[in-house]
Design a protein around this ligand. Structure first.
Ligand SMILES: O=C(O)COP(=O)(O)O
Ligand SMILES: [Mg+2]
Length: 226
C-alpha cells in the first residue's frame, strides 16, 4: 500500500507556462484524503511552502532539487553546499555568457538562463574537479551540488518518516525527477514527460500536465494502491 506520494510541481501539476492546473488541484485534494502528499521540486523553499499551504499537502517537502528539506512545522534543513554551486557558476561564467535567475530566493542551488551546451559544460565541471552538475527541469537550468538530488532528499524523508520503497510513489515530468523515481516503489509520468522518465515509469498517462496527473491519481485509486 502506498503511504506517501512524492509529486513534482512544474509540468506535473502546472501547464507548460507554470500555471497551476485546476484539474490537478482537485486531484491533489483527492490524494490528500487518501495518503501523505510530499512536494518534491526544484522550486525555492518559500515558493514550495506556499504551494504546500495552498494545496494542503504535507509541510514536509523537498525544494531546490534536494538541496532543502522542510520538516513539517519545524525547521528547514540544508542538504547541500551552496559554495560548490557558486564556484561552478564563477568558473562557467569565464567560458559562457551564463546569467543567474531568481538567485535572491535560492539558498543552495543556482538557476541560470539556458543558452549554452549543458553536456559540454558538465564535462568542463568534471575537468575542473568541481563537484557540481547541471540539470534541466524543462523550466530552468539548475547548477547543483552533485551529492544531492530529488532522490537523495526523498530517501532522507523516507527514513525519517519510516516509509519503505514499496510505500512510496513518485509522479513527475522531467529529467530532474529521475533520481526520485529510482527510490520510489511506483513511478508515474504525465504524458508531457521526457522520454527518459517515461522509460523508468510503471505508468505513463496518455494525457498531459494537470489532466495527466489527475489520471495518475485515478489509476492509483482504481488499482487499490492508495
Ligand atoms: O524548478 C524547476 O526548474 C522546476 O520545478 P519542478 O521540479 O517542480 O518541475
Ligand atoms: Mg517538473
Amino acid at each position: 500500500m502506498i503511504r506517501a506520494v512524492a509529486i513534482d510541481i512544474d509540468g506535473t501539476i502546472t501547464d507548460d507556462k507554470r500555471l497551476l492546473s485546476p484539474v490537478a488541484v482537485e486531484a491533489v485534494s483527492r490524494l490528500n484524503a487518501l495518503t501523505e502528499v510530499i512536494l518534491v521540486t526544484g522550486n525555492v523553499h518559500c515558493f514550495s511552502r506556499a504551494v504546500a499551504v495552498l494545496l494542503g499537502t504535507s509541510k514536509t517537502f523537498i525544494a531546490e532539487n534536494g538541496g532543502v528539506v522542510s520538516w513539517g512545522e519545524g525547521d528547514m534543513e540544508l542538504l547541500s553546499d551552496p559554495a560548490i554551486c557558486q564556484e561552478a557558476y564563477r568558473s562557467l561564467k569565464e567560458v559562457y555568457p551564463v546569467k543567474k535567475k531568481d538567485s535572491r530566493y535560492r539558498i543552495t542551488d543556482l538557476v541560470v538562463e539556458a543558452g549554452f551546451d549543458l553536456e559540454e559544460a558538465a564535462s568542463l565541471l568534471e575537468r575542473w574537479k568541481i563537484p557540481a552538475d547541471l540539470v534541466d527541469s524543462g523550466f530552468a537550468v539548475h547548477i547543483k551540488d552533485r551529492m544531492v538530488n530529488k532522490g537523495t532528499a526523498l530517501t532522507k524523508v523516507m527514513e525519517r518518516l519510516g516509509l519503505s520503497r514499496e510505500e512510496v510513489a513518485a509522479v513527475g515530468d522531467s529529467k530532474s525527477d529521475l533520481p526520485m523515481f529510482r527510490v520510489a516503489g511506483f513511478r508515474a509520468s504525465v504524458g508531457n514527460a521526457v522520454s527518459e522518465l517515461k522509460e523508468e515509469s510503471d505508468y505513463v498517462s496518455d494525457q498531459d500536465f494537470g489532466p495527466g496527473f489527475s489520471d495518475i491519481v485515478d489509476f492509483m485509486a482504481r488499482e487499490d494502491m492508495i
